[in-house]
Each structure stands twice: as C-alpha cells, then as structure tokens.
Design a protein around this ligand. Structure first.
Ligand code: NAD
Length: 505
C-alpha cells in the first residue's frame, strides 16, 4: 500500500480499512521499543467525533510509567544507541522511517480521521506527506549542522561543538496529531536526542504507530517512546521530570504557561512553546484580486474546521470593500465547506474534535450575538449530523475589537469580520491581542506591504497570500503565542547545546 493507493480510496475502502485497523490496534504504552501495559491499568476512551462512538481504549500513563519511559530514553542516550551512530546511519534510519510511513499511509490516515475528525482527503493530501517530508528534511540536516573553530591566538585552539541535549519530552496537541508531534520528534531525533512523546488525549492513536514504525525502520529501542495519558497527570509528570533536558510543547497558551512553571519547579529544563493565536488578515482596498483574497479568507478560517493555531480568525476589511467582500465570502464559502462524513473523500469539513469543543465553540457564538455582532452565516450545528460534534461555517460581521469573539481563540470555524477606515487603524487592531502567531496583509502597494510586515507583531506575516509555507519556514509566534520556532533547520539546532572547548597547545 502507499500514498497513491490511499488517494484512490472510496468511502467504502476507508470504512473497511478503518474497521481492520481498529481491530488490530495495540494501544498500550510504547516504551523501550515495545508496547507495554501500565501496572496501574488506567485507560481512556477515544471517541470518533463524527459519530460519538467509542472506537478504542488506550492505556493512560501514570507518573511511574512516565518515569519508566524517561529512564528508557536516558539509558538509550547514555549507551550512545542513537547519538553515538555515524550521522549517515542515523540519516538512513530516518529515511527508512519516512518510507514506512508512506507505505502505511492508509492505516495512518484512517486513524487520524477516526480519531479527530479531519477530512480524510486533507490527511492524504496534506498531513501524511508533510510528516514524511519533514522527517526527510530533518534527516538531511543531520550531517549539515557543524560546530565551529574560532579565531584565537595561535597558542590555543578553540572549538565550539554542538551536542544533543539528552532526553527531550514532547507534548503535542490534537489538531494535526501526527504532524505537530513530528515537528517536535523529528528535529529532536535528528539532533541525536532520545525522546518521550505525550500526544493529546483526544487523538492518541496515530503517534503510537509512528513510534512502532521508527523501530521497524531500525531506530534503537528506547530512543522514541510514546505515552498516552491525561495532560494534568502524564504531561505534567513529563514536564516536571528532573531527568528531562528540554520540554517541547505545542498547545494552548494556558497550558504553555504551566510548562514554564514546571521547569522552574524541577530542573530548569529548557522550554520551547508553540501556543495559541488570533491571527489577523488585513484586506486593504487596493488588494490585487478580491476573489483570491476572499478565498484565502474562508480557507484560512474553515480549513481543518478552524482548529488551526494560525487560523485567520480576524478578518480586517477596509470599509469601502466590505459589502462586496461579505457577499462573495458567504456565497463561495458555503459551497466550498460543507460538513459531512470525514471518511468520505468528497467531504471538505469534518466535525470538531469532540462534543466538549462543539459546546465551547457554540458558546462563543452565543457570546458574539449577545455582545452585538451580526451573525451572517452558520452559528449552529447541522441538523442532519446530530450525533457528531459538528459546527457549521460561521461568519460574524460588525465585530468590534473589544468583543470576546475578536479577542479569544475560538479554535473552531468562526470568522470575525472587523471593518476599518485606515491602514493605521488596521495595524492597531491587528496588534491589539495577547497573541502574535501569524498575519497577512493584502495590498497592491509594495511600500504599504513592507510597512505592514514591519509593524505587525507576529512570527509569520504573509503578503497577498495566507498559510503558505514549506519546511524551510521558521514557524512560531511572538508574545503569548510562544517562544520558539518549529519547522526549519534551526528547529534541529534548537535540540542541541553548544560546548566550548578551549585547548592550550
Ligand atoms: P492543550 O493545551 O489543551 O493540550 C496540549 C497538550 O498538553 C496535550 O497533550 C495535553 O494532554 C497536554 N496538557 C494539558 N494539560 C496539561 C498539564 N497541566 N500539564 C502538562 N500537559 C498538559 O491544547 P489542545 O487543545 O490539545 O490544542 C489546541 C491548542 O494548541 C490551541 O491553543 C492551538 O492554538 C495550539 N496549537 C499551537 C500550534 C503552534 O504551532 N503554535 C500548533 C497547533 C496547536
């Protein structure tokens, strides 16, 4: 099987594959190269958000399971099982790993969709190839990152060496379960570390298979461990563990702040945070192509059900084009995003990750209405899909920057459109947020574009496009969106430390 086979699957093929995969699933803890039970035996249910059915129970790690996994990682690191391999040998394992991921594409893709509800076509065309591609990118970095020899007095030799950190704890979210985990584990492994990953409890299945495939590819036991479990128990124990050298976290700002506390309460481990966002897209009245801009606006907020950290959730639109913008947005978005069975390759929009999330998003919609915004579209759950956690694509207009729907991360398919009268006003609104993950500006004028890029406080600013990138792009936020970068060669360096060796000759 392969990615191209998966791309040709029908709904029936996916249903059959899903049932087979769930029957053969091992959902215990993956520690030291094997699936293992937890002595405490606690399990958590995982629910298909499209149907509300329980599809699996996974072992939930206790603090002592976390300790076992960290010890296994530390043993493998000390033994040099991975860090001690020649760079080319580590590269070969990572390349084989990427190949195995592609070879097992149907299984991994269906697990992702059953677990968190994203449309299967997006996993096949987007998540899965990005996972394999990023692992290859990190593998390529392995023998390209060097140390340095500095210019010193000839009586000394000064070398700056780069070494892996040791044991990395990775804590990942559920919105792109495999991809967000890979953005942590692939650079950490490429840098020579051993890793313990704690995926989100809402989508625990696919990462277990990723770890198993790493071992099948020749990855030594103990180098990549995956523990599912409750954030406040297993995630907390991992982030507090005194034998973890760095915790790399992607998730909410609220939990990201706890990581800093855990580090201070334990061993001052390094902390990398990729957190929430409330990204503005600024549409100026001289934008080059209104249709393309409108398309970027609705794709930027309804793609992946709006469950995207950099979702373009605030649409800042020049008042002079506002009316036409809204008319085209409503007409085209309603055609492009229709909620349906995410296993059907024709479906463009799945359910939210769970019913809790659905209630939270619908609650935010109620708040928007209460605060006086105009509900133009959606705001409810589709009646024909009542057992799933669906929310229709939603658009608010007449939003004021002080309203909760303009300030809080909704993490669902809800766009808040705020009109403005000048570039200065747009920039002020864009920056009036605790977040700073991403933004875009749409204009024909190069000078205005550059002025906006410089003025916007965000880690990524797009011009006349949105959410475009490849793996060379440092992705990460300013302000309370985080303190590090994923997805580029520097992300591999971030899992290394520099040692200075001064040699008297
Ligand atoms: P979350 O913060 O609830 O959970 C993230 C992870 O942290 C999960 O694995 C969870 O189990 C764990 N966790 C929860 N409480 C914990 C605790 N007390 N101690 C230790 N670990 C704990 O986030 P989520 O709901 O899974 O994901 C959505 C959030 O992630 C959104 O805010 C989104 O913007 C953000 N996100 C950011 C990026 C980025 O690159 N900046 C990417 C994807 C998602």
């Amino acid at each position: 099987m392969s990615l191209s086979t998966a791309a040709a699957f029908t709904l029936e093929d996916w249903k059959r594959t899903g049932a087979e995969v769930l029957r053969g699933l091992d959902s215990r803890l993956f520690i030291d190269g094997e699936f293992r039970a937890s002595p405490e035996g606690r399990r958590i249910e995982t629910v298909n958000p499209a149907t509300g059915e329980v599809i699996a129970e996974v072992t939930a790690a206790s603090p002592s399971d976390v300790d076992r996994a960290v010890q296994a990682a530390r043993r493998s690191f000390r033994a040099g099982a991975w860090a001690g391999l020649a760079p080319r040998d580590r590269m070969a394992v990572m390349y084989r790993w990427a190949e195995l991921i592609e070879a097992n594409a149907p299984e991994l893709c269906v697990l992702e969709t059953l677990d968190m509800g994203k449309p299967i076509r997006d996993v096949v065309a987007g998540d899965l190839p990005s996972v394999a591609g990023f692992i290859r990118f990190c593998a390529e970095c392995i023998d390209k990152i060097d140390g340095r020899v500095t210019s010193t007095d000839p009586s000394a030799l000064h070398m700056i060496l780069r070494e892996p950190l040791g044991v990395v704890g990775a804590i990942s979210p559920w919105n792109y379960p495999m991809l967000m985990a890979t953005w942590k584990i692939a650079p950490a492994l490429a840098a020579g570390n051993s890793v313990v990953l704690k995926p989100a409890e809402q989508a625990p299945l696919s990462c277990l298979r990723l770890a198993q495939l790493f071992v099948e590819a020749g990855g030594p036991a103990g180098v990549l461990n995956v523990l599912n479990g409750i954030g406040e128990i297993a995630g907390r124990a991992l982030a507090l563990h005194t034998d973890v050298d760095k915790v790399s976290f992607t998730g909410s700002t609220q939990v990201g702040k706890l990581m800093l506390v855990y580090s201070g309460q334990s061993n001052m481990k390094k902390v990398a945070l990729e957190c929430g966002g409330k990204s503005p897209q600024i549409f100026l009245d001289d934008l080059p192509d209104l249709d393309r801009a409108v398309e970027a606006a609705f794709r930027g907020i309804y793609g992946n059900q709006g469950e995207v950290c950099n979702a373009g959730s605030r649409l800042l639109v020049a008042r002079s084009i506002h009316e036409e913008f809204v008319a085209r947005f409503k007409a085209r978005a309603a055609e492009a995003f229709v909620p349906g069975d995410p296993l059907d390759p024709a479906t463009s929009m799945g359910p939210l990750v769970d019913h809790h999330s659905q209630r939270r998003v619908l609650g935010m919609v109620e708040a928007g209405v209460r605060e006086g915004a105009c509900l133009e579209m959606g705001g409810d759950a589709p009646a024909s899909l009542a057992s799933g956690a669906y929310v229709n694509p939603t658009l608010f207009t007449s939003v004021r920057p002080d309203m909760s729907i303009a300030r809080e991360e909704i993490f669902g398919p809800v766009a808040s459109l705020i009109p403005f009268d000048s570039v200065d006003e747009a920039l002020e609104i864009a920056n009036d947020t605790i977040y700073g993950l991403a933004a875009s500006v749409w204009t024909r004028d190069l000078s205005t574009a550059v002025r906006c890029v410089r003025a916007i406080q965000a880690g990524v600013v797009w011009v006349n496009t949105f959410d475009e990138s490849d793996m060379t792009q440092p992705f990460g936020g300013f302000k309370q969106s985080g303190n590090s970068k994923d997805n580029c060669i520097d992300s591999v360096r971030a899992y290394m430390q520099e040692k200075s060796a001064w040699i008297r000759l």
